[in-house]
Ligand binder design. Structure first.
Ligand code: ZN
Length: 75
């Protein structure tokens, strides 16, 4: 399971969460204030792709943006 980084919109707390790729874009509960107004950070995109083959994708991609909507990864 990949690790995703989130930032809480309510208190700006940043936290990591280990979760399935299918849940990557779902709001994660802030472990500081409990708010679910969090957004996934995209900064881990490139780091996540190193070395591992990702099921279902043939193009160079990252596990953090299976949907292809990640502008910061360039795909
Ligand atoms: Zn918070």
């Amino acid at each position: 399971m990949p690790i995703y980084e989130y930032v809480c919109e309510a208190c700006r707390h940043e936290f990591d969460l280990l979760r399935p790729m299918t849940q990557a874009d779902e709001p994660a509960p802030c472990d500081s204030c409990g708010s679910r107004e969090s957004k996934r950070k995209l900064s881990l995109c490139n780091a996540q792709s190193g070395g591992k083959s990702i099921a279902g994708t043939s193009a160079p991609s990252c596990s953090g943006c299976a949907g292809g909507s990640c502008a910061s990864c360039g795909h």
